[in-house]
Ligand binder design. Structure first.
Ligand SMILES: Nc1ncnc2c1ncn2[C@@H]1O[C@H](COP(=O)(O)OP(=O)(O)OP(=O)(O)O)[C@@H](O)[C@H]1O
Ligand SMILES: [Mg+2]
Length: 361
């Protein structure tokens, strides 16, 4: 028996003339998963989402919802619902009427609609606001109505295209937590499009990072953040210490990589790699800055001097230039007195071989 996926792409492409918006993508989204499509502008996120919703027809390949090929199923007959960035709430209708709209179209009996609407209002925490019109609500409240209006139809999959992009930072954060809670409560599959890596990291069960119409890496947030496979993903996820380097030595457990400035760095590998690494990255949280003459006992330890200090509140971002010229960024706990340093001061930079993440492209 084959597994049932909420959504599946089998070699799906969408071309607009010469533009390969989505290029032979294979994808399986599990039932009840919070799945994010993450990537820079123009990488094909919206196009992918629209092909699931039926608003765009694939040039090649097959789209499945619940293991059924929906290529020839019109949007309104698909078991999916879309929440857009610009909401499109009905301005002249109340909150309750907005939420009830889809159920009325389905000709659900009035008392059932009433019960459903009241259940939804509770879920999105808008009970008591059912008589207001959209212009009497805050941005975040409007967004909740939009989500409720889609969820009330109990789709197999809810498609969300940057739904929080228009909100200010604080409200966006609140709504991220809120959307995640709602998704857990209802257990419906969410496919969430965003170009904000922090948003994707904090909300998703799994993330697909896209570039130029292709999924370049897919995995849980920790993996995407801690083990980017390519320079692109490392850069996009905001990694600071990313270096081109070539293999100097290699055995079953370790690689020694040489940077262009001649620094030899040790990396430990837990598994065989599908291709030779072309560089490495180290997260600033994994880099230790050590004051004093004694060489730290980690596998990678190099001398340098403090090039700059940026106070960020809980941590201070310290940039350290090594003798050969490579620069590393370390996050140093601001409260730790033992690591108070000044610009120009000699320090050690150290990290464990396990924290050298190898990049394959
Ligand atoms: N209807 C269209 N006609 C022609 N080209 C299109 C059309 N829709 C999208 N494209 C192109 O396809 C590519 C992918 O677009 P898409 O909207 O999927 O990107 P996106 O990842 O959602 O970007 P953003 O973050 O800016 O919303 C882009 O190069 C875009 O210009
Ligand atoms: Mg888009």
């Amino acid at each position: 028996m084959t597994a049932t996926y909420s959504v599946e792409f089998k070699s799906v492409s969408k071309f607009f003339g010469d533009v390969k918006a989505v290029n032979r993508v294979d994808l399986q989204v599990h039932k009840g998963e919070f799945f994010s499509l993450l990537g820079p502008s123009g990488c094909g996120k919206t196009t992918s989402l629209r092909m699931i919703g039926g608003l765009e027809h694939p040039t090649e390949g097959d789209v499945f919802i619940n293991n059924i090929c929906v290529n020839n199923v019109p949007p309104y007959e698909r078991d999916s619902s879309i929440v857009f960035q610009n909401l499109a709430l009905f301005p002249h209708m109340t909150v309750a009427q907005n939420i009830a709209f889809g159920l009325k179209l389905k000709k659900m009996p009035r008392d059932q609609i009433k019960a459903k609407v009241s259940e939804m209002l509770g879920l999105v925490q808008l009970s008591g606001m059912e008589k207001r019109r959209p212009d009497q609500l805050s941005g975040g409240q409007q967004q909740r109505v939009a989500v409720a209006r889609s969820l009330v139809l109990q789709p197999e999959v809810l498609l969300l295209d940057e739904p929080l992009a228009a909100l200010d930072r604080k409200l966006r954060k609140e709504m991220q937590i809120e959307l995640r809670r709602i998704q857990r409560d209802v257990g419906i599959t969410f496919i969430y499009v965003t170009h904000d890596q922090k948003e994707a990291l904090s909300m998703s069960d799994r993330i697909a990072v896209m570039k130029d119409g292709i999924i370049v890496q897919l995995g849980p947030p920790e993996q995407i953040y801690e083990q980017p496979r390519t320079r692109f993903v490392a850069d996009f996820m905001g990694a600071s210490n990313v270096f081109d380097a070539s293999i100097n030595q290699q055995n079953d457990e370790h690689f020694t990589m040489k940077t262009q400035q001649g620094l030899d760095v040790l990396a430990k590998i837990g598994k065989t790699l599908e291709s030779d690494p072309i560089g490495f990255s180290v997260r600033p949280e994994a880099v230790r800055m050590v004051v004093g003459n004694e060489k730290p006992s980690l596998e990678n330890a190099y001398q340098g001097k403090v090039a700059s200090l940026v106070y960020l509140g809980d941590v201070t971002e310290v940039e350290i230039e090594l003798q050969g010229g490579d620069c590393f960024v370390a996050f140093v706990n601001t409260t730790s007195q033992s690591t108070k340093v000044e610009e120009g001061q000699a320090v050690w930079v150290a990290w464990s071989a396990q924290d050298s993440n190898l990049l394959l492209a």
